[in-house]
Design a protein around this ligand. Structure first.
Ligand code: PA5
Length: 482
């Protein structure tokens, strides 16, 4: 227990996420990009979508299930459940050197993002004692790249390995291949005891992984029916891996709960989820197609990758949606920054600003001043002060260049703040889908690539399609420069 009182006004004020819309609503060449009046005009529609989501109305079904479990989860998770997750995580973490988390999409991104956001940049390379006595953590099953896969296996050879295989459907090819290989390795080295080192997180009753877990006697955790993959970081999908990594899962839940309460209001201007959704919706209506999501914190970079899934997979229906482009600044300012400033005016930009990093690094004074940096020292600016300018400078310059932008400020790296952040984004994207008039909880487009892959791989049941696909590809004009 940390002894923090997450419900106290003092803690919440100290850890309040801020949404800054200055460079959205101010005038560029006499016209604000989105005026407060326009936001006011959209507000009744946003409030109506907010009500519909809360009342489980609208287009939210996946097959027959309303996919709104994520909305009530922060208030429904019990201490008993969190204890059970913590106990399983501690038990596994205590007996292994390496924890492998296998999964893709929503069964992967949130776990990695949170662990990276909270941990040391080089956590796996640190001695275990400096990692809170937790195992090294690696992610597999998010790609099928044999080089990376085998490199990872080589790296962990000879170490005691624990696995959490995560798949709601239980049939996702990438994850299933990774699991088959890892399972074989464990069974070869441990025989029947392999199952003591494997946890499966999957559907409560159905699916191939559920069946296999029952046959093999794996300990299992559940992906709730009514929570889609990309909304599942607060379910066992995220909680178990985070607990293995030593993340305070109670603090994480408290963050979700606090943001849920903050965004429950139907007062438009007090609700950051409604405002965030409204700005992004109007941006699309005004012809913007790309959202550059840039952060000044390496730790937060993976959050931008989580957003890269959450938003496009939920919004990208019927020609609608903003393409999310994750960016780390300053690095990217010296890469695609030119295009952001002067390329096609199709972009908005969202900054994830980390206000207080954990470390402070002074810039040493040098009277010779050959590099011309002494002015920073004279002004008392340390590395973090300059790192804040990595947002302040581009925000102003890009605004003048015709890229309206907003900033989400995260005060510091703690589990509470990332919990708040996730819930804010989840609620915003749900509103966004409703505003666009589609179901943000399904991803029928993703099935198309799966069918094409199954057809080409000759999966039983796809033989005929396989022939058709091969024929169609063979009949195309092949322009290949050899
Ligand atoms: O958001 C989603 O639903 C997807 O990204 C899934 O999480 C992803 O496809 C993995 O699916 P599964 O957990 O069934 O293996």
């Amino acid at each position: 227990m940390t002894g923090k009182n997450y419900d106290s006004a003092e803690f919440q004020n100290d850890n309040r996420l801020k949404l800054d819309l200055t460079y959205i609503v101010n005038a560029l060449e006499n016209e604000p990009f989105i005026s407060c009046d326009e936001l006011d005009r959209l507000a009744p529609r946003v409030i109506e979508q907010h009500r519909k989501l809360n009342d489980a109305e609208g287009d939210c079904l996946d097959k027959d299930t309303p996919m709104l479990g994520w909305l009530s989860l922060p208030e429904e998770l019990t201490d008993g459940h969190l204890d059970a997750v913590q106990e399983a995580a501690d038990e596994l973490a205590g007996k292994v050197d390496v924890f492998l988390s296998l999964g893709i999409g929503g069964s992967y991104l949130g776990i990695e993002a949170t662990i990276k956001a909270l941990g040391h940049t080089y956590a796996n390379q640190l001695p275990r004692s400096k990692r809170n006595n937790r195992p090294e953590i690696y992610f597999l099953g998010q790609n099928v790249d044999p080089d990376m896969f085998v490199d990872t296996l080589n790296l962990i050879e000879g170490k005691r390995i624990g696995v959490n295989v995560i798949s709601k459907s239980g049939t996702t090819t990438e994850t299933a291949i990774a699991f088959r290989i890892v399972r074989k390795l464990l069974e070869e080295s441990l025989g029947d005891r392999a199952s003591e080192f494997i946890i499966a997180t999957t559907d409560r009753v159905k699916g191939a992984l559920r069946k296999l877990s029952e046959q093999k006697g794996y300990r299992t955790f559940v992906v709730p029916d009514n929570v889609g993959g990309r909304f599942s970081v607060l379910t066992d999908v995220g909680l178990l891996g985070l607990a293995v990594a030593g993340v305070d899962i109670r603090e994480f839940v408290a963050g979700f709960r606090a943001m849920k309460q903050r965004t429950d209001t139907d007062e438009f201007w007090a609700n950051p989820a409604m405002l965030h959704a409204a700005v992004r919706h109007l941006s699309f209506e005004k012809g913007k197609r790309i959202e550059v999501v840039a952060t000044n914190s390496t730790a937060l970079y993976q959050l931008t990758r989580w957003m890269e899934q959450l938003f496009p997979e939920s919004e990208g229906h019927r020609g609608y949606g903003l393409w999310v482009s994750p960016s780390m600044y300053s690095e990217k300012l010296h890469a695609n920054g030119q295009m952001v400033q002067q390329g096609p005016r199709l972009m908005i930009e969202t900054f994830l600003r980390l206000r207080d990093p954990e470390q402070q690094e002074a810039i040493p004074s040098d009277p010779e001043d050959a590099d011309g940096l002494e002015y920073l020292c004279r002004a008392g600016l340390d590395m973090n002060a300059v790192n804040q300018l990595v947002i302040d400078g581009p925000a102003y310059a890009h605004f003048l260049g015709g890229v309206p932008n907003m900033t989400i400020e995260i005060p510091r790296r703690n589990a509470f703040n990332f919990g708040q952040f996730y819930f804010l984004m989840e609620r915003s994207v749900a509103l966004s889908g409703y505003l666009a008039g589609h179901n943000p909880f399904i991803q029928p487009g993703v099935e198309d690539y799966k069918r094409a892959m199954f057809a080409l791989a000759g999966k039983p049941g796809f033989e005929q399609q396989g022939e058709k696909v091969r024929e169609a590809i063979a009949n195309m004009d092949h322009v290949i420069v050899d």
